[in-house]
Ligand binder design. Structure first.
Ligand code: MBD
Ligand code: FE
Length: 306
């Protein structure tokens, strides 16, 4: 079939058959995706067996709750960031900390505090370096944003995230810090280790077919928000990790690479009230003012709330 015949067939089956109210947007998207799928089946001569294997794959990936992971791994989530950047540029919006993907592992409802939070439950203190993260939240002119909500989450020493990893305590390595009156936030935590896709999982299965690894560099996720400002979804990725520029989820971006420096002098340790050397990362955040012509940065997706 040629495209015209395909489109006609899709329309006959899914548009002309409507007998009730139609969601025009859903109809538009379904019709387009079906047409594109039929066209791909035609062009690539996809067999019936291949088609059913594909549908079974989505069944398995959905049952394993890995569709969000798949979207990250295939670059779909990063592509949406690139499109959002383009839309911002078109709307004349410049500056601010760059966005990068949320990923599939956010959990809402983390403990909230002002200015400072200890994020780790202490169970890995003997295993990994302590990390202090600090920064200031400002607008694009450098004015501090008091009370900015800084949501932070990251992995443990095995690259695993609490909630999804039931061996961790509730909200381990997840906190909400409200910037103090100087726009400052400080987090005391443990050095994250890069995530790797479950080796026997559905996402890694596709990556294997593509000859790809499923690893991320060590990183820390952020949602930063404040009234009157565009919500920022971002991360920093840590310099020195072998996957820094070889991230299976394509989240590392210029401007989002952080350097962890060693602090091992007595004064530095005393200042932080710790008794062993630690790592330190500065991650300042610049938010862009909300405006009527700005595309929304609120993304509605299903998120766990614990
Ligand atoms: C992660 O920790 C992550 O950030 C992404 C994007 C995908 C999988 C695991
Ligand atoms: Fe992550």
């Amino acid at each position: 079939m040629n495209r015209q015949e395909i489109d006609q067939l899709v329309k006959q089956m899914n548009v002309d058959t409507a007998t009730g109210p139609v969601d025009a947007r859903v109809q538009q998207i379904v019709v387009r995706l079906l047409g594109d799928l039929f066209q791909a089946i035609e062009d690539l001569d996809i067999s019936q067996t291949e088609l059913w294997k594909g549908l079974e794959y989505f069944t398995d990936a959905g049952q394993a709750n890995e569709l969000g992971l798949l979207a990250a791994g295939l670059g779909l989530e990063h592509y949406l960031d690139l499109r959002a950047d383009e839309a911002d540029a078109k709307a004349g919006i410049t500056g601010g900390t760059p966005r990068t993907i949320e990923g599939p592992l956010y959990v809402a409802g983390a403990p909230e505090s002002i200015g400072f939070a200890r994020m780790d439950d202490g169970t890995e203190s003997d295993k990994v370096d302590t990390l202090f993260i600090e920064g200031t939240v400002t607008d694009t002119e450098g004015n501090v944003i008091e009370g900015a909500k800084v949501e932070v989450w990251h992995a443990n020493s095995l690259g695993n995230y609490s909630f999804f990893d039931k061996s961790q305590s509730d909200f381990n390595l997840r906190r909400t810090i409200l910037a103090d009156n100087a726009g400052h936030y400080v987090a005391q935590t443990t050095m994250p280790v890069g995530y790797g896709c479950p080796p026997e999982g559905t996402t890694q299965a596709v990556l294997n077919k593509l000859g790809r690894h499923g690893n991320r560099p060590s990183h820390v996720h952020y949602f930063v928000s404040a009234p009157g400002y565009r919500k920022l979804t971002t991360q920093f990725n840590i310099e020195g990790d072998q996957y820094l520029w070889d991230d299976f989820a394509f989240a590392t971006r210029e401007g989002l690479v952080a350097t962890a420096t060693d602090v091992n002098d007595a004064e530095g340790m005393a200042k932080r009230n710790v008794d062993k050397p630690f790592k330190h990362i500065t991650f300042n955040v610049e938010l862009v003012k909300e405006s009527a012509q700005a595309p929304t940065t609120e993304i509605d997706r299903r998120r766990v709330s614990a």
